[in-house]
Design a protein around this ligand. Structure first.
Ligand code: S3P
Length: 179
């Protein structure tokens, strides 16, 4: 395990990485960074426009650049995009950043959450539920390989999930007291 005390959240779209990450960061006084937001800030356009104008592969390059650019950070909660695990070289970058937690939930819950907005280009298909299922299945092993720990949030509130992340990070990073 790296010596850096960051908490890195990975997981499928709708797993709560950004919302739970914000709660974790406030609760333990860490800075919060969201790689999707970083990419949008750098590109000056929304993610769906990056996909539409430049393609998914270009977005994946920006995603790798984004996590590589965070290598200097410490005591930070880093939320990532759901596809960050697709490029296997990202796994090393993620684990070098700190303690990697995968947030997950049942497919039905994820679908219910992602259906609240229209922001996910990979689900802009004729049958978004089937697209979610296919991606979820194809990526399952990738999340497991990249994460130090997986937390199923299906039955948890965001606050309860945040508590679980903090207590897992406390043991993994060897914190004896409040950081
Ligand atoms: C993606 C997930 C999105 C965003 C992009 C691609 C994916 O992030 O990075 O639309 O490939 O799963 P969220 O997981 O925050 O929705």
């Amino acid at each position: 395990m790296t010596t850096r005390e960051n908490i890195v959240l990975i997981g499928f779209m709708g797993s709560g990485k950004s919302s739970i990450g914000r709660i974790v960061s406030k609760s333990i006084g860490f800075q919060f960074v969201d790689t999707d937001q970083l990419i949008v800030n750098r590109a000056g356009i929304e993610i769906s426009d990056i996909f539409a104008g430049y393609g998914e592969e270009h977005f994946r390059l920006m995603e790798t650049d984004a996590i590589a650019s965070l290598a200097h950070l410490n005591r930070c909660v880093i939320a990532t995009g759901g596809g960050i695990v697709v490029k296997k070289h990202n796994h090393i970058l993620l684990r070098d950043l700190g303690f990697v937690v995968c947030l997950t939930a049942s497919e039905d819950i994820l679908f219910e959450r992602v259906s609240r907005t229209n922001k996910r280009p990979l689900l802009h298909t004729e049958n978004p539920r089937a697209a979610l299922h296919d991606l979820f299945t194809a990526r399952a092993d990738l999340y497991a390989a990249a994460a130090h720990l997986t937390i199923d949030t299906s039955a948890l509130s965001h606050e309860e999930s945040a508590e679980k992340v903090i207590s897992a990070a406390r043991s993994a990073l060897g914190w004896n007291k409040e950081p």
